[in-house]
Ligand binder design. Sequence first.
Ligand SMILES: Cc1ncc(C[n+]2csc(CCOP(=O)(O)OP(=O)(O)O)c2C)c(N)n1
Length: 663
Amino acid sequence: MTSREQHDRMANAIRFLSMDAVEKANSGHPGLPMGCADIATVLFTRFLKYDPKAPHWADRDRFILSAGHGSMLLYSLLHLTGYEDMTIDQIKHFRQLGSKTAGHPEYGHATGIETTTGPLGQGLANSVGFALGERIMNAAFGNDLVDHYTYVLAGDGCLMEGVSQEAIALAGHLKLNKLIVFWDNNDISIDGPVSLSDNTDQVARFQASGWNASHIDGTDPEAIAYAIEAARHSDKPTMIACKTTIGFGAPTKAGTNKAHGSPLGADEIAGARKFFNWDSPPFEIPADILDAWRTAGKAGVKARTDWEGHLAKADAKLKAEFERRLSGKLPSNFDAVIADYKKKLSADKPKVATRKSSEMALEVINGAVPETIGGSADLTGSNNTKTSQTKNITSDDYGQRYVHYGIREHGMAAAINGLTLHGGLIAYGGTFMCFSDYARPSMRLASLMGIRSIFVMTHDSIGLGEDGPTHQPVEHLAALRAIPNHNVFRPADAVETAECWQIALESEKTPSTLALTRQNLPTVRNEFVAKNLSSQGAYELAAASGEAAVTIFATGSEVEIALGARDLLEKHGHPTRVVSVPCFELFDQQSDDYRKKTIGNAPIKMAIEAGIRQGWDHLIGSDGIFVGMTGFGASGTIEQLYPHFGITAEAAAKAAETRLHAK
Ligand SMILES: Cc1ncc(C[n+]2csc(CCOP(=O)(O)OP(=O)(O)O)c2C)c(N)n1
């Protein structure tokens, strides 16, 4: 049992590492670590199940610092408890290029960082996925292998962000009782007192969303421990409102926004040293305190080795499946299953919307890959995300595979990231593509983290018809393609849809968005080819009858239009080839030779896509012809809208011929 004095000195080690690192970097946020050091110390010395020597141990408790600006709190903890890569040198190089101690915690930069945080609210919203992932994996593999908590430290900013409401409502609804959130209730944000902009009764708010919530003194170790103990026995998720003081210990800046996001300065730090009676120089931790921290960091070894014993003794098949799922590798027959399915499609030649093709592909995938978890933000019937294998996950039954996320696109995308990061699961979720805007902050973070989150975006153009321009994406393909490390797929038929799904599932370090149509499309890939042609990003779908005068590039629903334009041009004596472009990003990764060959030398290059031109010039050149949208869509039937906006085979052929005659 740690004495109060010992606790205080251990907490002070966090405080001084944090304020000294921020001071040395001349940048960063000392206030949160100083205010929350007691919470962190109690959690990491008395409750959290972790082993710094086995940071990826599957049954570890997760700790998520949602208020990512307080990164020095996490880096201090990782150093003090003995994560090998978090050396004192890394702490000294806080915020320096190439160090593990990036400005905000970045997943993959250092062990022990469960998710990238910094955009406020994201960590809290991820945690719903983590906690749900734990329950799903528990239902599949039992208490001996999966039984852990998800702890979150969130600030005022996290709770003010809209995504927090989506997250807490979902967690409350799903009764994720192993989710425990500490709210750093310090009344301060950047502009000054929180009361400048908010008067929410947060405890009442969480309670209204189905949580336990109560106030405690966030500097009293026993109160913190008592609250955690109660939370661990709760049948609901728990929010502990911890009253703290930002920059606690800084003589004049404590309790003010001056302690939030800039170095405290030599005088304040000297004052804090006096206040805490801490005479060690910067970056030196008294030996007994470092020992105490390292001992705390070893406390989880027994739990970890016990767990390894459980795993070793588990049924051989269960163990193998658990290990396969955590490795992220797909079942060994996956490629064969997709190949068989593609063969069938090329023979059957279905004429269906790609959202339906996606459902058909998912029916095959979900049958072969038990770790997929589907969902939709209240558009299940429109997104076609549910298959015969995916029944509803409820608070009474986590052993199922479908999440009704409610009308919460942002919360859904963040939860998908959490499910993915938890491990053992492949999560996908759908909404209308236009509303990818509502999910985008989390989609971007999936890309930054390099994780396999999958976003199903149906109703991908004016082709959705009468819902009109509020629902018709125009700039969204370009906007999503602008995110680095994000595969945006726009398949042209059922075969390409199956191929794109295959790539999405196989891309362990890249998230995917599938842009899918509402309207029916013919099968354009009539001949079975074993190779996944979509994996090249672009490929010649129809050759020209002679030396090509025109090359038409198109995606998704406009491939059919491109083939129609090709027929007209060929009839008029202009050899024309069509290149299908299911994924810009993958095409950009091909060899120069392949890219050159696929783009070709036809004097006329044209692209057809029912979106804006942005991004196409790198294929067609700035003098290429673009047939697409230049502004917002309109409310009308699909039969009216395509001609209205000039996106037809006839218009495309005419534009090419006009240019050919001008040459
Ligand atoms: C989405 C988002 N918006 C804005 C910011 C910039 N920002 C960083 S911290 C912060 C204030 C947060 O206040 P609080 O959570 O109370 O943290 P504290 O001041 O207590 O450390 C803001 C606005 C951000 N990181 N993320």
